[in-house]
Design a protein around this ligand. Sequence first.
Ligand code: AMP
Length: 595
Amino acid sequence: MADYRGVMASENPVPSAEADTAPEQLTFADLGLDAAVLKALKDVGYETPSAIQAATIPVLLQGRDVVGLAQTGTGKTAAFALPVLSQMETGHKNPQALVLAPTRELALQVCEAFEKYAAHIKGVSVLPVYGGQGYGQQLSALRRGVDIVVGTPGRIMDHLDKGTLDLSELKYLVLDEADEMLKMGFAEDVETILADTPSTKQVALFSATMPAQIRRISAQYLNDPEEITVKTKTATSTNITQRYLIVSYQQKIDALTRILEVENFEGMIVFTRTKNETETVAEKLRARGYTAAAINGDVAQVQRERTVNQLKSGKLDILVATDVAARGLDVDRISHVVNYDLPIDTESYVHRIGRTGRAGRTGDAISFVTPRERRMLTAIEKATRQPLTEMSLPSVDDVNATRLTRFDDAITAALEDTAAIATFRDVVAHYVAHHDVPEADVAAALAVVAQGDTPLLMAEEPISQPRFDRDRSDRDRDRAPREGGRDGGDRGDRRSSDGRFATYRIAVGRRQRVEPRQIVGALANEGGLRRNDFGAIQIRQDFSLVELPADLSRDTLNRLTDTRISGQLIDLRLDQGGRSAKRSDRPQRRDRDRD
Ligand code: AMP
């Protein structure tokens, strides 16, 4: 039986939300990782292990199998990649580690993470293997020999069937997002791979949920796994207004600048995920004229205290900090917390936003969420039991309205200094008497002098914000699309009407006993599609209708047309309006593309 270990927030390295004093911090070095891996982590700039990393890494380093309940955004990739790399013997012809991932995107992401963490280990090779990519590149890399393969189950099975991938020396097998792999119809492939690889291998299975099928698989194929889950125990105070803004990574600095323009803030802490980023962001803010300083775990204690005192006294308005550096910080004038990067766990979120709303004041917390991080947002809302309100990026008009109001306020404030006004009134009167210029123009000319080189009004083009649809719950969005007949129809219609989706017809249906998850699995794997690329799926007697992005490339369409499900060519084509299309109907897109 699996031995169950729940890691409560109070036991993990991240202190509980209420703790305001810095407890002993666990470091990556404490976890027993190899020196070369620790060096890479220092380069990357992570300060402390996340809860799932702290719980998983020592267990994997002991050689035990692990079942980890963790979702994206918690640092689970490093939780398995770091111990694998720490124990890796490079230079074998056949792979020692295999990571199975549900999608091509995740596979590529995991590959990138491995490469980043392996930067100081000589000669480690990592190969992504996924459907939709030509075999040539994969074959020549496999022939040369690779240490770590990261791939989607379907394509890995193809290589095993062809004899082009030899897993006889496999030491580590990771199943990443196992629940997603099953939803996408990869259960059989995953089980075959688990069964046909050496029984001595170490297995780590990660999943955001733990359905019965995953319990069965882990009981059947894993060796007395330690089950690790990170429970959250959090509470936030209600005097803090919590908002979020959807931005891409590249837009973050401009978004922050606009927020600084329009928000009425006194003192602010901007949280970033890494030490390096604190410096970069602080530097960019200073370049834009703000008084900003960075604090992180590498900044000496004396310097840190000096900076915090400057923030307290108002000499400094913005502190850019990592979680560790800002732990326990208690400064009344912090009116705003900005999560420039979302934290890796919900406890850190609660701790961060607790830096504002001190001493009975109200506070504002604004979190930047990239489209990939929507799951983390949901986790935060669940853990804090408070919904976050979406805000939109302040527009150029908003920024300019604020600038004009501030300009007016500055005039009003200056007018109150009657002695200074009396002196300058004479200077202006003298100018007007000797030049043929109206007083209003003189006032405008003085404003030009006061403004200097900085234009009063912002003229940039608006930044186009990425969006994600929060109307649909995350579970709905990430679940394999359901049959339109039952409950997918409405949603499908609504989504196709937004122009992003088009309805395609495939030549397999109920008669072939096809299920939506098989369709998603096959199309995702062969066409390199992501979960979000699927709208509603309707299974009819002899065919099925699938909503896919309207702008699929010709390459993808060709690959999809040649895909087989249950051995049958699916003959994908654009649907001609919901009634049975004749064989002579060609996919319109392909025809157009050929013209
Ligand atoms: P993952 O859950 O593996 O997708 O990781 C989510 C993000 O957190 C990635 O951008 C990682 O680079 C980052 N990350 C992982 N571990 C840490 C850590 N200990 N400290 C800071 N960031 C981390």
